[in-house]
Design a protein around this ligand. Structure first.
Ligand SMILES: Cc1cc2nc3c(=O)[nH]c(=O)nc-3n(C[C@H](O)[C@H](O)[C@H](O)COP(=O)(O)OP(=O)(O)OC[C@H]3O[C@@H](n4cnc5c(N)ncnc54)[C@H](O)[C@@H]3O)c2cc1C
Length: 548
């Protein structure tokens, strides 16, 4: 194929992803120097379209970035008023008192928000400062310089032929070059994955760990709605099959976020995270809350869970990993937005200093130091053993041991040191022969829904004529390896029903309905053969979340 000719645009800083991390970096750069040229590229059709969090927001990141956010109209309208933890059994629940919980678990001072709306508001602040934001622009390739440094990205490739080749209607996109490139793609970023591998940034670190989070917005009976109420549950229906739990957050307008996270290190390939979520809503406590209400939106996204010991090196020549591109979620708090914002601010400050000193294309080591030795490192370090304890000893033991470790860490020490995670999530999947299929009740269409019906509430859309963005390294593996060994778990772990094994006269066939993809990235993480690579479809495609 002939060399592709692309126009190039030059910036001081190129930012990939308009989530809380990327937007914070953009805002901070322009606060520091209004003359810096800063661009933010976002694959969603608009800022916020692909944002999915719980979300209870710890405002410490926003406080540091825009101290007068209240006066500026930030959509943080619902302070947390009460905080409840329950251990669920199939027919009942046990309230875990708040008193023995370490102070870091307290949600007092936090807000129930739509992070999509927070990002839309942050984008307005950034644009008012002069940041260029281009939604509908997926960044599909890295651009490297002559000395092996990151020089930029390719964005805005449209109209590829179904086989991936260039055709008469293909727009080749543009190269956006920067003195520094910030990757703020969120969990399992496709370019971040490439950069982590190219520069071996995970060397000497524990493997990154993940969960898959699914979420619905419900409008419920006003009599049952308690604005500001936060509930977390553990236990049923997952039991000992997998780690995870639920969240129920009452926001404004009689709406409730109902969500469920399943840790992706589960062993049983028959486990079906989406159906666990649907089953959870039939628990008497949850069913009573939702009865008479209606589900108005659905979405899913992976969440990073490796924490402190899994964070890769954050910088390589010309590039920095921000927020969940590097995995900055505090797992027991299920919070990462505050760290995403703080990391964006820190990266911006390091780049500003470097550019003032006429540097470019080198390592922003000052950023790495601020993250590890500052507020983010301290937030993540205190809780670093919770996930490994849960993986190793299960829920009950880890509640006691993890709670104790968080308490001692709050006082400045740990009796356990830093525990490792061991295997990555793909390697955790065991042979189907070691497990029994799980019999999930059929959704009733009232409280629980089949996957495809729910996916229609994610308003996801992909132009069908484009190449499939879910690439198989070896197209034979799903049927030849994954089916006999693992009963092809892609059929179940994908919360959007993208993957099917279809039987016809020629035998089983693996089908990828990429049009349904909600960009959660679970397939890229959990495929036991590590054969699926999630790449960006053309810009503007994917879910269109209203106020997730
Ligand atoms: C179910 C669930 C519940 C959660 N609950 C909470 C909570 O209650 N509180 C909390 O603080 N945190 C919560 N989190 C964690 C929180 O969502 C993350 O920590 C946070 O989103 C990280 O921000 P980010 O800016 O790094 O990435 P993201 O918010 O994921 O933003 C990344 C952006 O980059 C875009 N992008 C990605 N790749 C490309 C590309 N190649 N080209 C162009 N654009 C691209 C994406 O479309 C997206 O808009 C939750 C996560 C999940 C999944």
């Amino acid at each position: 194929m002939a060399e592709i000719e692309r126009e190039a645009m030059e910036y001081d800083v190129v930012i990939v992803g308009a989530g809380p991390a990327g937007l914070s970096a953009a805002i901070r750069l322009k606060q520091l120097d209004a003359d810096l040229n800063v661009v933010v590229l976002e694959k969603g059709s608009e800022v916020g379209a692909h944002i999915l969090s719980g979300a209870v927001l710890d405002p410490c990141g926003l406080d540091a970035l825009i101290p007068d956010w209240k006066e500026k109209g930030a959509p943080l309208n619902v302070p947390v008023k009460d905080d409840n933890f329950y251990m669920l059994g199939e027919a009942g629940q046990l309230r875990i008192p708040n008193a023995p919980m370490p102070p870091l678990m307290n949600n007092h001072g936090n807000y129930i928000v739509s992070m999509g709306n927070v990002c839309r508001w942050m984008a307005e602040q950034a644009e008012a400062l002069g940041v260029e934001i281009f939604p509908g622009m997926a960044c599909s390739e890295m651009v490297y310089g002559d000395n092996g440094e990151v020089k930029g990205v390719v964005a805005g490739v449209f109209g590829l032929e179904p086989d991936g080749s260039y055709g008469p209607n293909t727009e080749p996109g543009m190269e956006l070059h920067g003195k520094y490139v910030f990757l703020s793609e969120g969990v399992r970023g496709s370019l971040s994955k490439e950069v982590i591998a190219k520069y071996d940034l995970s060397a000497g670190k524990e493997p990154q760990k993940y969960g898959v989070g699914m979420k619905e917005i419900w409008e419920i009976d006003p009599e049952k709605h308690k604005e500001g109420s936060v509930t977390h549950t553990m236990g049923w229906p997952l039991g000992s099959n997998a780690g995870g739990g639920s969240f129920i957050y009452h926001l404004e307008n009689n709406q409730v976020y109902v969500g469920f996270v399943v840790h992706l290190n589960y062993k049983n390939p028959y486990l079906y995270p989406y159906m666990e979520f649907q089953r959870f809503k039939h628990h008497p406590m949850v069913a009573e809350l939702l009865k008479g209400g209606k589900r108005v939106a659905y979405g899913a996204r992976a969440i990073t869970e490796g924490g402190y010991q899994s964070m890769p090196k954050l910088v390589a020549p010309g590039v920095a990993l921000l927020g969940c591109s590097a995995g900055m979620v505090n797992v027991p708090r299920i919070k990462g937005n505050h760290n995403a914002m703080l990391s964006g601010k820190a990266a911006a400050e390091a780049a500003y200093d470097a550019i003032k000193a006429e540097r470019s294309g080198d390592e922003l080591t000052a950023y790495e130091t601020v993250v590890r030795d500052g507020a983010i490192g301290s937030d993540l370090k205190k809780v670093r053993n919770v996930k490994p304890l849960w993986s190793k000893y299960g829920l009950t033991a880890s509640l006691a041991l993890g709670g104790m470790d968080m308490w001692t860490n709050t006082l400045g020490f740990s009796l356990l040191g830093t525990l490792g995670h061991g295997k990555n999530d793909a390697e955790s999947t065991e042979d189907a022969s070691k497990h029994q299929p799980i019999d999930y009740p059929k959704p009733d269409g009232v409280l629980s829904f089949d996957r495809l019906t729910n996916v229609s509430f994610a308003a996801t859309n992909h132009e069908e004529s484009q190449p499939c963005h879910l690439r198989l390294a070896d197209p034979d593996i799903p049927v030849k390896v994954n089916l006999p060994e693992f009963d092809e778990p892609a059929q179940r772990y994908c919360p959007a029903g993208v993957y099917e094994v279809v039987e016809d006269e020629n035998g089983p066939r693996f089908v990828i309905n990429f049009q349904n993809c909600v960009h959660c990235k679970t397939c890229d993480i959990k495929d036991p053969s590590q054969n699926i690579t999630w790449t960006t479809p053309q810009g503007g495609d994917g879910p269109n979340y209203p106020n997730m």
